[in-house]
Design a binder for this molecule. Structure first.
Ligand SMILES: CCCN1C[C@@H](O)[C@H](O)[C@@H](C(=O)O)C1
Length: 607
């Protein structure tokens, strides 16, 4: 697994060929593709860009809402000179499940639509020739998929997605696909743990390789000057006068790893790594031993027509918007984002709460009466009382966390983990499940970053049964919108302060931050006095929350929902998607963004 977690790079010993572009594409509603030989070509394909979600490129409802099996097929030339090494296809994601075939031979299967996997293809390819690469995907949701939902049939047999979450169930080959060449003896993992010692740093490292030759690690500063070196697959790199990575003041070292046989370099890989520490202590979150205050957003990977398709332009605009407003952090709600997003956060000095794709673990009609139908309520128990959840879903969750930590652990920007979003913590059955996953991450994350989950408002202080596992508390609360909205907004302040004081009584040493709060706002609607959905009202809601946050010094962060408007399942509560963005879907500020800009530029990143 570790090799799959290394971000693809070209080096002196590695080669890479993009497989992005136009692929053949076809739905397979009867799941007959394998039996009918689609692994070697599609009978009646259309063309589909990769990376992209398929939904919003179509103009017909059947295609947009399609749920079930579907295929991508392309032709791939594999250079003959690569025969002496390992040739793999890396899918940065395939949503939600994928089986990969080369010239009709199955070479990989992966479940989980937001983390990478590779297909090793040496034994299936025709060297120095053209090959057929076929990928069968499936986007159905269940209580054993992450994210969680259901799939049901209309009377005519058409499958329909019923997400337990409030974002559109976009799917497809939504991130980059690359053909990779690496030596047979190759670097497969790099792990680093930082220790600050006055003006110096000591970095404990571990390198995993596929062979026995020795390893060297060289560290270069941003000017390319060597600042440390060590030999061996494990060791410590001592960096004098270290330049630390900080919030909105990033500094990245280049760690170059080489497998060597005397002077011969067998394999070379590098990563750009910021040196920092992060911990929770006495109701504070500390970066490099200094107390931070988090200003930022819950986000989505979402844009017009592209859907959840990787879009470097939109990502760049999002970072520029976040820098403009004075943000220093974000949560990857509600799934791990593309690696390019984390490298951008490394470079821009953003504190990232890296969230697993474990959303929807609450029997609810998420998307609030969404057109996909009231779901989950025909189930007799709460989510974690379900036997299959305690067994199958837990196993999938643990594997997903292992993949997420393996992929993201070196990023300086990844400063905390959110292991679930808004799970049902009202029931004791959640406790063993939570303890299992929190213990797992405590074990596999060598940097021991703080871990938490997003707390849902239906499981408040005094009801929540699992808060003991969280290193800090992260609350999603909607006073001013779903409760105590409009003219009752002042009641929201009273109730929220009462709950906060109960939380502080329950967890007197743990800091608390808000990972969701806000109001749906249609850009362009103005009312005096304000009414809900108007831009003026969103400003009032932000002001209400600001007063609450400023009332307690153990509140360490505020991340309103959402950075941008985004697409959801259609429903009577959504007007072509969720409109709680502080920016519109085309990344333009609403009135409340200017309020937050004034507020956040006056709040220092470090207290
Ligand atoms: C209980 C509220 C949960 N929260 C989850 C998030 O994904 C939704 O988009 C947001 C909302 O309703 O705007 C609410």
């Amino acid at each position: 697994m570790p090799f799959e977690s290394l971000y693809p790079r070209v080096t002196a010993t590695r080669r890479m060929q993009s497989m992005n572009g136009s692929w053949d594409f076809q739905f397979d509603p009867e799941s007959k593709g394998v039996a009918e030989g689609w692994t070697k070509g599609l009978p009646n394909p259309t063309d589909m860009p990769v990376p992209a979600s398929f939904a919003d490129v179509f103009t017909d409802k059947y295609s947009r809402e399609y749920t079930g099996d579907f295929w991508y097929v392309t032709t791939l030339f594999v250079p003959g000179e690569w025969k002496d090494g390992s040739v793999d296809i890396r899918f940065d994601s395939a949503t939600h499940a994928a089986t990969v075939y080369v010239n009709g031979t199955e070479v990989a299967h992966h479940e989980g639509g937001f983390l990478p996997f590779v297909a090793h293809i040496n034994d299936a390819v025709k060297w120095n020739d053209y090959n057929i690469v076929a990928v069968k995907l499936n986007n159905e949701l269940s209580w054993q998929t992450l994210p969680v939902g259901e799939t049901y049939r209309l009377p005519d047999g058409t499958l329909v997605s019923a997400p337990y979450f409030d974002f559109y169930n976009y799917s497809g080959l939504q991130r980059n696909v690359n053909l990779l060449y690496t030596p047979n003896e190759r670097i497969e993992d790099l792990d680093v743990v930082h220790h600050i010692d006055g003006s110096d740093a000591h970095v404990d490292y571990t390198v995993a390789t596929s062979g026995d030759h020795d390893v060297e690690v060289v560290v270069l500063d941003e000017d390319g000057v060597e600042v440390a070196r060590a030999n061996g697959k494990q060791g410590t790199l001592d960096i004098k006068d270290v330049h630390l990575w900080n919030l909105r003041a990033a500094y990245l070292y280049k760690f170059v790893v080489r497998i060597k046989d005397g002077d011969t370099v067998i394999d070379e890989y590098f990563d750009e790594i910021g040196i920092r520490t992060v911990e929770v202590k006495d109701c504070k979150i500390l970066v490099n031993g200094r107390e931070v205050y988090l200003k930022g957003f819950g986000r989505h990977e979402d844009s017009n027509v592209h859907g959840r398709g990787f879009d470097a332009v939109m990502n760049k605009r999002d970072y520029e918007d976040m820098k403009w407003i004075g943000a220093n952090s974000f949560r990857t709600s509600h799934y791990p984002y593309a690696e390019e997003q984390l490298y951008e956060a490394d470079r821009d000095g953003f504190f990232v709460i890296d969230e697993a794709p474990t959303v929807g673990m609450f029997k609810s009609t998420m998307n609030f009466l969404g057109a996909s139908g009231a779901v989950g309520n025909d189930k007799p128990k709460t989510f974690f009382e379900e036997e299959s959840v305690q067994t199958e879903t837990l196993a999938i969750h643990r594997r997903t966390l292992e993949e997420m930590v393996a992929r993201d652990k070196r990023h300086a920007s990844v400063c905390a983990w959110s292991l679930l979003n808004e799970p049902d913590t009202t029931n004791e059955a959640a406790v063993p499940y939570f303890e299992s996953i929190f213990d797992l991450v405590a074990e596999i994350d060598t940097q021991k970053r703080p871990k938490t989950y997003a707390s849902i408002m239906m499981s408040p202080a005094g009801v929540d049964k699992t808060h003991h596992v969280a290193d800090f508390l992260m609350l999603n609360r909607y006073h001013g919108w779903y409760v105590n909205g409009g003219y009752a907004i002042s009641k929201g302040t009273i109730e929220m302060k009462a709950e906060l004081e109960k939380w502080h009584e329950l967890e007197p040493t743990k800091p608390i931050m808000f990972s969701e709060y806000g109001a749906d706002t249609m850009a362009g609607i103005h009312k005096l006095p304000s009414v809900m959905w108007s831009e003026e009202y969103q400003v009032e809601v932000m002001k209400m929350w600001a007063e609450i946050f400023d009332s307690y010094d153990w509140i360490v962060g505020e991340q309103p929902w959402n950075l941008n408007d985004f697409q959801t399942t259609e429903g009577i509560m959504r007007v072509d998607g969720n409109k709680k963005g502080l920016f519109t879907r085309d990344r333009q500020p609403k009135m409340a963004a200017f309020f937050l800009k004034d507020r956040w530029t006056a709040i220092p990143d470090y207290k």
